[in-house]
Unconditional design. Sequence first.
Length: 222
Amino acid sequence: MQSTVDQQRLKQDVARAALAYVPEDSIIGVGTGSTVDCFIDALADKKDHIRGAVSSSERSTQKLKALGIEVFDLNSVSELPIYVDGADEVNTHLAMIKGGGGALTREKIVAAVARKFICIADQSKLVAILGQFPLPIEVIPSARSYVARQLIAFGGEPRLRQGFTTDNGNVILDVHGLQIVDPYTLEQALNQIVGVVCNGLFAKRGADVLLLGTPNGVETKH
Ligand code: 5RP
C-alpha cells in the first residue's frame, strides 16, 4: 500500500517530467487536479519561457495567476501545442476517466484544441479496464432525473454529487458499477442522451503520452 507522502512524490516526479514537453514561447493547455497543481508549481520556474496558459477550471486559473502566469481565454487562442492534465483512471490504450474534480467539460474542450495530450498520473491510476472509478457525467440540472433513468438502463448506478455545481452551473452524476470494455463506443452513446453536457470518458480524444509515476522513476507510454 502506497502512503500519501509517496503518492505526492510520484505526482511531483511526473509534473517535473512534463516540463520537457513545454515548447519555448508557447501558450499551453493546463488541466485540473492535485497532480496538475504539482505541474503548475513546477511550471512557475519556466514562466519566463512561455507566453502563458489556457486553463480548464477556475481552480487552476487562480493558481496560475497567483504564480504570475498569464491565463488566456481559449477563444483568443487558435492553437495549443500541448495540454497537460491528470486522470482518475487510464488504460493501456491511453483512454481515460476524468472529471473527479468536476472540470470535465472544459477539460474536454481544451484537450480537443491541443495537438498533444500529455497525461500525468501516479501508478495507482493505471487500470486494465476502466470503471472502478465512478464515471462523472455533467448534466443540465432540470434533466437530472431523466438522465439518471437512462444511465440505469446502461447498467450503471448514478449518484448525484452532493453540494457540487460545475463551473458551467450544472450538476454531476457519478455512475458506479460500470465495466467499460469499449470506452470509445460508450463515450459516443452517453453523448446521445438529451440533457448530458459531457461525460468523463476521454477515448475519442485520449492521451498521446502518459507519464506514469512509479517508485522506480517516471515511465513514458505512447
Ligand atoms: C478533474 C480531473 C483530474 O484530472 C482527475 O480528477 C485527477 O485528479 P488528481 O490529479 O487530483 O488525482 O479530471 O476534473
